[in-house]
Ligand binder design. Structure first.
Ligand SMILES: [Zn+2]
Length: 242
């Protein structure tokens, strides 16, 4: 199959266009980084592709926003009885108010217990939780990054963890800098590993082209399973055909 790919700037969106031997235009919003990929018929001109994207901008932005909404709704009041996910496992949150330095522990594999000062705000308690999740995630990454650097044959110069509204991860391939969404600490460990590998491969190949997916298939043949786990719930991978 003949394919040809190029990058298109539409409004402030970066779109990867792949021309293929297909009949209909196909738009995907790709996890983990929310990038937009368009497969277009071979004879479709750049200008027609641009117009097609412009006419679907509302929908594309709506789908990207649904991810943002998920991140927003994942906010908790941090009170006893809530469900909290860690490493893809659901725990019941229990708050113990006590006058000491805040701490978190998992008890009996079923509950997550936070000891926090009486009358601490829910924002403060959420911050304690985020810090705890961040440390767990950093510890995992300290093992995963050297492992995958060796397998893939790249060096990630910097990595960071932050809360992102529209992406699971991102990569600046020039600077070899990777960002991972703190929300991944709530998903199963394979999801974190998949996003990390995905972003590390972007150091070698910035776009979602054939070479990128070949590398991904080679190093992590099961990546589609992990990507699908990221999608449930909420919907963050959108695919539709015209
Ligand atoms: Zn990507």
């Amino acid at each position: 199959m003949t394919t040809e790919s190029y990058l298109l700037e539409v409004s402030d969106l970066q779109v990867e266009v792949v021309n293929k031997d297909i009949k209909n235009l196909h738009i995907s919003i790709m996890p983990p980084d929310g990038r937009i990929r368009v497969s277009a018929p071979l004879d479709m001109s750049e200008e027609s592709v641009r117009l097609a994207i412009v006419s679907r901008l509302t929908r594309i932005c709506r789908e990207q926003k649904s991810f943002a909404a998920y991140i927003r709704e994942s906010r908790k009041e941090m009170i006893s009885g809530e469900s909290h996910y860690v490493d893809g496992i659901r725990y019941i949150f229990k708050l113990i108010e006590v006058n000491e330095v805040p701490s978190i522990s998992i008890k009996k594999k079923t509950s997550i217990v936070m000891r926090a000062r009486p009358n601490s705000s829910s924002e403060k308690r959420e911050k304690v939780m985020h810090e705890w999740l961040r440390i767990r995630m950093r510890n995992k990454l300290e093992e995963l990054i050297p492992k995958w650097e060796e397998i893939i044959g790249v060096n990630a110069n910097h990595y960071g963890i932050k809360r992102m509204r529209t992406k699971w991860g991102s990569c600046n391939s020039g600077q070899k800098r990777i960002w991972l969404n703190l929300e991944l600490a709530k998903k199963s460990p394979q999801c974190l590993e998949y996003v990390l590998v995905h972003e590390m491969i972007h150091i070698l190949e910035a776009s979602h082209n054939e070479r990128f997916f070949k590398l991904l298939d080679k190093h992590m043949p099961t990546w589609r399973v992990h990507r699908d786990m990221l999608d449930e719930p909420p919907l963050v991978h959108v695919d539709w055909t015209y």
